[in-house]
Design a protein around this ligand. Structure first.
Ligand SMILES: [Zn+2]
Length: 302
């Protein structure tokens, strides 16, 4: 399904004054005015709150692009990261997405387009960025946001990072539990081996969203990887350590000798520790990495 431009405009609902025979007209008019003012104030508050949340989300996603670029997780002007958040006017949720043609190193808060998540079948551009996202990115991300948003997941990172992607190009290959960085992914990974060429339909995103049921990492056969997080820091931390774990595994596999798998009881201990500390470590990691891009020009928060 091709992207259509959004042409509608958000219009606020005016509250209706209930009829009451004991009211004089001027009292009713006065109450109507005060209610309208209260309603307008509430709408203004909602819009202010939404605008702030929208801006912070834009900054966080722009930071993700910049940091992952510096780590070499990008690929030309392809691959894509997205984050759902309130629209600036508070009327709906939007999915922030890089416009096609920008390098990850060029992304700023205001450059990101906001795609409406109001209607799963019609992901129009609701907030202008510096151009249009490509069809593949919208196809993949929209369906996953609709499928996983209800479980609290807001951030999706899709990349062709070389080591993790190389594992998807070996028949039957899994992310093996051979290193401390691998152990955190115990039970978190699903394998999608139904590669069908470049994604161009919304149905593909819906299919991927279904496949992610109960998982936060997808190894996409012949293609790349995709991780989801409840926050940008969670998703970033997952992608960072997925690639680190894959790199160690590929290097360990290179001599052609049998891999040493961590015993199940140790894996369970590691998993429990990770579950209890994940949010804390992920937040600290992301904040530290954001400091590393503070001096870049133009600044990612612009
Ligand atoms: Zn891809």
């Amino acid at each position: 399904m091709a992207l259509a431009r959004f042409v509608g405009k958000f219009s606020s609902q005016t509250s209706q004054l209930l009829r009451c025979p004991g009211f004089h007209a001027h009292k009713a008019a006065s109450l109507l005015t005060s209610r309208n003012l209260a309603s307008q104030t509430l709408e203004t508050d909602i819009a202010d709150h939404a605008a702030k949340a929208n801006y912070e989300a834009r900054c966080d996603l722009a930071a993700c692009y910049r940091i992952l670029y510096n780590l070499g997780f990008d690929e030309g002007v392809c691959n894509h990261l997205s984050l759902s958040c309130p629209a600036k006017d508070g009327s709906r949720k939007v999915m922030l997405m890089i416009p096609y043609g920008l390098l990850w190193s060029e992304v700023t808060a205001s450059s990101l387009a906001g795609i409406s998540l109001k209607d799963p079948g019609s992901p129009e551009i609701y907030e202008e960025g510096y151009g249009q996202p490509d069809i593949s990115s919208v196809s993949i991300h929209t369906g996953i946001h609709h499928a996983k948003g209800k479980d609290g997941f807001s951030c999706i990172l899709h990349s062709h990072v070389p080591y993790a992607t190389s594992l998807t190009c070996i028949e039957g290959q899994k992310l093996e539990m051979v290193h401390q960085n691998s152990a955190r992914f115990l039970g978190e990974v699903c394998y999608d081996n139904d590669y069908d060429g470049v994604a161009t339909s919304l149905e593909e995103g819906a299919r991927l969203g279904k496949a992610l049921e109960g998982k936060t990492v997808m190894m996409m056969g012949h293609h790349g990887v995709l991780v989801i997080g409840r926050t940008p820091s969670e998703a970033f931390d997952q992608l960072y350590y997925l690639e680190r774990a894959a790199k160690v595994q590929v290097l360990a596999m290179s001599p052609g000798r049998k891999l040493a798998i961590i015993p199940d009881n140790i894996l369970e201990v590691n998993k429990k520790f990770h579950r209890e500390t994940f949010r804390h470590y992920a937040d600290a990691h992301f904040v530290a990495m954001k400091r590393s891009i503070e001096a870049e020009k133009p600044h990612y928060r612009s």
